[in-house]
Design a protein around this ligand. Sequence first.
Ligand SMILES: N[C@@H](CCC(=O)N[C@@H](CS)C(=O)NCC(=O)O)C(=O)O
Length: 209
Amino acid sequence: MNLTLYYSPGACSLAPHIVLEELGIAYEAVRINTAEGQQRSPEYLRINPRGRVPALAVDGKVLVENVAILSFLGGGFPDRGLWPRATWDQAQALSMMAWLADTVHPAYAHCFRPERYVEGEACREAVKASGRKSFGDCLAEIDRLVAGRRWAVGNRFSVVDAYLVVFYRWGVRNAFPVRDLAHYSALVDRVLARPAVKRVFADEGITMG
Ligand SMILES: N[C@@H](CCC(=O)N[C@@H](CS)C(=O)NCC(=O)O)C(=O)O
């Protein structure tokens, strides 16, 4: 299988990048620097017309959206153990990833991409403020959800844990008090200790803080 991940350093594409490296399979990682607007280049729009990362090319066909990519990579390589076995746990993984994608990620986007949502500086400031509150609430909710758990779903590391690192890192880098969230912090520390995760941070040229 020929796999190419289009990612931007530190973006939500970090989750599938971690998962690909954890799977230990051959893949190519192509950097699309969103800070420089490469996601809007004609070449990239041919890959993902929405102009977003991640995109995963699988034998020339393109899959977009983190929930789909993470489910495909986790479920497609069951022997690697990154996708829960029990149907209930699979549903829990989907439930958590759907919420991360449809609520937590947009809350962050309201803080840092208010222009996506409203016109005018005054309105944008209001959107930013409400996004900051919502994103902070989401981080605290994640802490409650993972309390007493070694990993997010089931009893082993899964694609969901890789996805959770993305939001924790965004929180750290934008002065949210994530370090005070003991359960979330402990889970992320366990993820960061994994050799594959260290390799991906080095490849992307990113750090946690
Ligand atoms: N729902 C999509 C969101 C993808 C997304 O918004 N990616 C951001 C990076 S975190 C992006 O590509 N931003 C570029 C832009 O908005 O121009 C997913 O989960 O895959």
